[in-house]
Design a protein around this ligand. Sequence first.
Ligand SMILES: Nc1ncnc2c1ncn2[C@@H]1O[C@H](COP(=O)(O)OP(=O)(O)OP(=O)(O)O)[C@@H](O)[C@H]1O
Ligand SMILES: [Mn+2]
Length: 303
Amino acid sequence: MISKYIIKHGIELAYDIKAKAFLLFTESGKSYEILKSIKVEKSSKSIFKFLNIDKLKIIVITPNISTYNKLKNEKDIIPLYVRYKEENRQMIITSGVLQAIEQDLLKEKDTVVAVLGDPKLKMLDTIMVINIREHIKSLKIYKLLETLDEKLRKTFKEVLKLAIEIGREGREGKQVGTIFVIGDTLNVMNNSKPLILNPFAGHNAKIFDKDVKGTIKELCSIDGAFIITDDGKVVSAGRYLETKGNVKLPSGLGARHMAAADITKNTNAIAITVSQSGGIVRVFKDGEIVFELDPKKNAILFD
Ligand SMILES: Nc1ncnc2c1ncn2[C@@H]1O[C@H](COP(=O)(O)OP(=O)(O)OP(=O)(O)O)[C@@H](O)[C@H]1O
Ligand SMILES: [Mn+2]
């Protein structure tokens, strides 16, 4: 009955640190039933006195619509439905926090306690204190993810993970930079030209394949961009992105970043750059930087 103690200690922790909310993530609703059973136990009486709704919100978050519909009839909790079943704890929490912020239940300055488990293990195993402000960064990328269809979302997350690895590890001890251009591939190919013979020509290279990722890391040292379709096929490397020059970027960013902004302004593609000076990863959409991350400081998004 580890789940019961995770919930009990999570609630006590929320009480001790005067958290704004207690977030309970549940797929089937079983964890919520456990919370209810603890509530009636004598030992937790004092804690639950504090838990009246205006002091500490109990937000029960589920990706399962039938669980959500059941939760809607429960008293003293706020049910939240999150659209995607995430595969790792970080993303599960981010999706719930994003939803709670969007519904004005949480503010940037709030601190909350979350309890959740591994979706596959069907039991709770994690208590986490979350300072919403730190989470805002990943919330931005999560908001972008929400606008992508399932296929593009999967590819984008894979490329972002690879870019974070490249930014963090470099190549043989040297920092390397690169550009990935994802989606709207026909348009992107028409707005670019080869700098070298395309090493991916004739291959069905998928970004999800470990060997393809290894090849990409090797090829980062050559000039030019990697072009990837929305379902994850790497169609080209060493591609020169033509620029129309109708973009504005913060000073200090050079041709690589201008090219990434430019191509996303003039096509529907998303671009991800890794800077050779420092490894910073940036995401571009519609000509703007929508997200940036220092992979040496926080690879928060994907474990
Ligand atoms: N239009 C382009 N299309 C594809 N790749 C480009 C383009 N312009 C520059 N690059 C790539 O970016 C590399 C770095 O160029 P530059 O230093 O001017 O960019 P930067 O924005 O300062 O990037 P970094 O932070 O990595 O130094 C170039 O060697 C080239 O490989
Ligand atoms: Mn540079």
